[in-house]
Design a protein around this ligand. Sequence first.
Ligand code: BYC
Length: 340
Amino acid sequence: MYTQSFSVADSEARAGLKSVTPPPTSEEAALQAHFDAVIDADGKVEPRDWMPEGYRKTLVRQISQHAHSEIVGMLPEGNWISRAPSLKRKAILIAKVQDEGGHGLYLYSAAETLGTSRDQMLAGLHSGKAKYSSIFNYPTLNWADVGVIGWLVDGAAIMNQIPLCRCSYGPYARAMIRVCKEESFHQRQGYEALLVMMQGTAEQKAMVQDAVNRWWWKCLAMFGPPDADSPNSAQGMRWGIKRISNDDLRQKFVDATVPQAEVLGVTLPDPDLKWNEERQHHDYGAIDWDEFWATVNGHGPCNKERLSTRVKAWNDGAWVRDAALAHARKQKERSMKEAA
Ligand code: BYC
């Protein structure tokens, strides 16, 4: 349904925009000029290249938030592994949740290349300072939620992440290629699970519709605030980190999802949702941004539970980290003895 080939011209969006404040020394000016030329030519910035401090900080912020989202995102679905309705669904769900853990690893590794350690990033998550996607602060009430998360949450994630495969920072762009391939499987397995439920009993169909009603608006908010209220967008676009704006991605998601909902036989819970012939896009209703910000700021239904589960996992895993470090130390000592 979503493929790697999804690509939208972004040159117009970035044309005419010039990069950051000129640095003080002539050496720095030359470095800045080189960096600007790489960005303007749509090239890649690599870890050892000079980069403006703001570019580095923006990437650490975005990539670490993304990594946190992946590992917190394991929790709502992980909750259903022990209650999956069949062996097949259980195996698929285990694989999916495991993939999310892998995405977290690639992303923490990509962020580490910018000089921030994984421990620092995780300390930010555990203290509640760092953000992660709003969507994972809502509960998964029944099995239909697992299918809807695959279809809509992973569907929204792919829409946002495919343009990141062309991000100007090499390690992030490369990590996203594999992430997107796996997310595509996640989206399809969710949609397929729902197709099966929609051929079932009236009760099963009602469960799917109820889950769609609860997740739809939260998924639209996942793309972030409207462009006019998005403080990081202009600079992120200028640096080639973000390629498509929050509102444009949201629109693409709505347009792609409406026909999928029709095939599935569910109604998207928005009375204002309709095709606009003039715009060649669907119009949709107002998103509750107060609710979004309350959730982002720690007051969603599951924020406390998600964070305490992550902190507990970190504390319970201390002995594994200690053992791995002790083992690495012993191996190093042994190889030094052998070399002596
Ligand atoms: N939740 O200026 P803006 C997944 C924050 S799912 C929480 O537009 P930016 C998965 C934003 O961080 C998703 N916070 O920011 C799927 C900023 O705050 P700070 C994870 C949000 O960065 C299934 C403020 O609002 N995906 O992976 O230009 C299973 C203003 O926003 C949200 C990614 O992270 C939100 N929904 O654009 C498992 C993709 N939206 O930092 C896992 C990478 C906005 O200034 N990230 N905020 O304090 C991005 O593409 C961009 O960072 C965003 C936001 C589009 C999310």
